[in-house]
Design a protein around this ligand. Structure first.
Ligand SMILES: C[S@@+](CC[C@H](N)C(=O)[O-])C[C@H]1O[C@@H](n2cnc3c(N)ncnc32)[C@H](O)[C@@H]1O
Length: 216
């Protein structure tokens, strides 16, 4: 079983509420006539279900088989429909311009520099022109960074409890802007995380970057 399967089994089930960023993004998605949404790294499915409840045509993808299983079970329980796939964010199976929006909470940041660049270029590829990306990244303001170990420039392990040994990429504003250079910012803020995050990580104020951005 992979580390992510373990994470989903043990911890993510406590995360049931959608993240405030995703709730806040709904009027923006509706204003831009978004219909198809990719829940990128869907985990145990909290945003897949929330987005389907909002009336979007949702696809979820995650590298963890356990995540795929949990998300499908949650959809069945709630009587909602979405397509759920096992897949790697660094090489998505979807054709170019498949989605009006991508929602990616706590996902893009898991990798080394080259992984993040590949992941973002894949998001750009599957988004339609002027498509919207709703995403979080870890910011340099995160108080847990000092407890972590830097294994490559800007990449830390040991800064999250349950998923501690997974790589976490930390961005200051300059790095963030370079990663997302092919997008225009509709919103960029330091967030707080959700009550579910507090339950799982024991800490809500992590000051993550919360982004709503539009492909140029
Ligand atoms: C912190 S969880 C967030 C889950 C979900 N977005 C949420 O907010 O509840 C990170 C998720 O990213 C997934 N993930 C990690 N690396 C991945 C990769 N290379 N490709 C696809 N998914 C990945 C994990 O399996 C896990 O479900």
């Amino acid at each position: 079983m992979s580390g992510w399967d373990e994470f989903i089994k043990k911890y993510q089930l406590g995360m049931t509420e959608p993240r405030k960023l995703v709730v806040d993004s709904i009027p923006v998605l509706k204003k831009h006539n978004v219909r198809t949404v990719l829940d990128h790294g869907c985990g145990a499915g909290r945003h897949t279900v929330f987005l389907a409840q909002q009336g979007f045509d949702v696809t979820g993808v995650d590298i963890s088989e356990e995540a795929v299983k949990r998300t499908k079970a949650l959809l069945e329980k709630t009587g909602l429909e979405a397509r759920i796939d096992a897949g790697d964010m660094r090489s998505l199976v979807y054709p170019d311009s498949s989605f009006d929006a991508v929602v990616s909470v706590g996902v893009i940041l898991h990798g080394l520099h080259a992984d993040i660049e590949k992941t973002i270029s894949e998001i750009e590829r599957v988004l339609k022109p002027k498509g919207i990306l709703v995403a979080t990244m870890i910011s340099h303001k995160d108080p847990k960074i000092s407890e972590g170990r830097e294994i490559a420039p800007n990449v830390y392990v040991g800064i999250h409890g349950p998923e501690s040994e997974e790589p976490h990429y930390v961005c200051d504003e300059g790095i963030l802007d370079r990663f997302f250079k092919n997008f225009d910012y509709l919103m960029k803020r330091y967030g707080e995380g959700s009550k579910g995050d507090k339950k799982v990580f024991g800490m809500q104020k992590r000051y993550p970057w919360e982004l709503i951005i539009q492909k140029k």
